[in-house]
Write a protein that binds this ligand. Sequence first.
Ligand code: GRF
Length: 212
Amino acid sequence: MSTRVGILVSGRGSNMVSLIEAEKAGKLGGAEVALVISDVGDALALEKARERGVEAIHIQMEAEKARLTENDEERMIAELDERGVNLVCLAGFMRVLCHRMLPGYTGKMMNIHPSLLPSFPGLEVQRKALEYGVRYSGCTVHFVTEDVDCGPIIIQAVVPILQDDTPDELSARILKQEHRIYPQAVAWYAQGKLRVEGRRVFVEGGYSWEEG
Ligand code: GRF
């Protein structure tokens, strides 16, 4: 079965672009980005997706806070189902899913987070990493489970933290790696190479360590 990807976004969409561009370059393991959904009407991501020929829609959520309502999730599921989406990628989607999406997409939903989980879950994590004084940070692609930023880890990349870094400089260094590892995680998934055992995710054929 071919992998049809739905990407959920709220903002600028640079990770979304990295997935779309990887598909165009034949580097998404045969997966196809079928739909982009944003909860923010003027999110830059919507424009960027459409410019690249990908259908992108805004759904006005009824939830005022981060946690979506059952009805919000049902409307998203209906749009995803209509396009035959079988893998959901969260890419800067600033909402918490908790009703039907989670059980329905177990093992079929990924997220990217700009820290080396389980360190620094949540928000503003680059600033928190700097303030804590860690020497390395990075990014993580993981399967989504009920607990936010806690699901089985698919791939991580490490970046150094330099003494004079600002949160923005660190974010930019991490983002570069995000754009490398998210397409890799989706490609592995599409190629049927991922196997989850408890918390551990095994990649068929193993994975290599790359510098940079
Ligand atoms: C990224 O740092 C991602 O790790 C986090 O939200 C940010 C989204 O950035 N979940 P973008 O919209 O993909 O540029």
